[in-house]
Design a protein around this ligand. Structure first.
Ligand code: PBG
Ligand code: ZN
Length: 321
């Protein structure tokens, strides 16, 4: 008989034998930005998460930096009357996200600022690419994503994160950035992004739900694994500096496979809005202790092999460390 129980007999021994621990530097904190001043709009489906105007965003970034969270991911949220078929508001030089990036980088040069690059937050139809009839056109979308990424990079973004799931998006962006000598701007590919029910609260937060149909024509089918590996391999080949698996908790197998196969590219796991809200609402209903359930979920994501974790709970988690 092998004896294991003595290893668990005291908190100290358990700590000595722990193979995984979480630190503030493991996290990327996603933020929703809106126009205006002094705005802090609650999001009904995401407890304690707000859409912030740029001035309020600066306060928020300041406070997470003090916690040791130095990486943020920005999403722009604009009113429906500013949206059009092409998502024009997303790729102008003075877009909401560009202004937010400039101000954040000016106030906090030490922050690592990542921007979401996709059309769905800016298109009237809410799809992630250009429409031709009811189809989302892959190749026609690429220059728009490249232009959006370029503007974010010119504004000072450290990293751009294309989430549209268009084939060739990383390559199109890398070429465009390099063509403008922005060789240092990093790219985080949303590589294995599954068509998931867990994005519901986000679409409420970002007002980005598709007006018709769904995203199954571009986001991955969750019945596939090897396709996800190929998507990641393609993004690495195209020049991605980070690759992502999304969602996280129901996709730990993909995180584990990816981290075993792509040892020299950090695997980023996105604990998405639905995961966040499930755990928050479950805790609020008394089903489990909030800090403990998040500690367990986030540890599992890291144990599976994630190098970085995008989480709405990051500041609250770090406060409890
Ligand atoms: C936009 C985008 C989405 C998320 C990140 N970028 C929504 C979607 O694909 O519908 C989801 C993030 C979350 O649920 O927290 N393409
Ligand atoms: Zn999108």
């Amino acid at each position: 008989m092998q004896r294991f129980r003595y290893l668990r007999a005291s908190g100290e021994l358990r700590d000595h034998y722990a193979e995984v621990s979480l630190a503030p530097g493991d996290f990327i904190y996603p933020c929703f930005v809106v126009e205006g001043r002094g705005a802090r709009e609650p999001i009904a489906s995401m407890p304690d998460i707000y859409r912030l105007s740029i001035d309020r965003l600066l306060d928020e970034v300041g406070s997470v930096l003090r916690l040791g969270i130095d990486k943020i991911l920005l999403f722009g949220v604009i009113p429906p009357e500013k949206k059009d078929e092409r998502g024009t508001a997303g790729f102008t030089r003075d877009s909401l996200v560009c202004r937010a990036v400039r101000e954040v980088k000016q106030a906090y040069p030490e922050a690592f600022v990542i921007t979401d690059v996709c059309l769905c937050e800016y298109t009237s139809h809410g799809h992630c690419g250009l429409l031709h009839g009811d189809d989302v056109e892959n190749d026609a979308t690429l220059p728009l994503l490249a232009e959006m990424a370029l503007q974010h990079a010119l504004a000072g973004a450290d990293c751009v994160a294309p989430s549209a799931m268009m084939d060739g998006q990383v390559e199109a962006i890398r070429r465009r950035l390099d063509g403008e000598k922005l060789t240092k701007t990093r790219i985080m590919g949303y590589s294995a992004k599954y068509a998931s029910s867990l994005y519901g609260p986000f679409r409420d937060a970002a007002a980005s739900a598709p007006a018709f149909g769904d995203r199954k024509g571009y986001q991955m089918d969750y019945r596939t694994m090897f396709q996800g590996i190929q998507e990641i391999a393609a993004d690495v080949e195209e020049g991605a500096d980070y690759v992502m698996v999304k969602p996280a908790l129901a996709y730990l197998d993909m995180i584990a496979r990816a981290s075993a196969l792509f040892r020299d590219t950090p695997i980023v796991a996105y604990q998405v809005s639905g995961e966040y809200s499930m755990l928050r609402l479950g805790a609020a209903a008394g089903l489990f202790d909030e800090r403990r359930i998040f500690h367990e979920a986030l540890t599992a994501i890291k144990r599976a092999g994630a190098g970085l974790i995008i989480s709405y709970y990051a500041p609250e988690f770090v406060r409890g460390l």
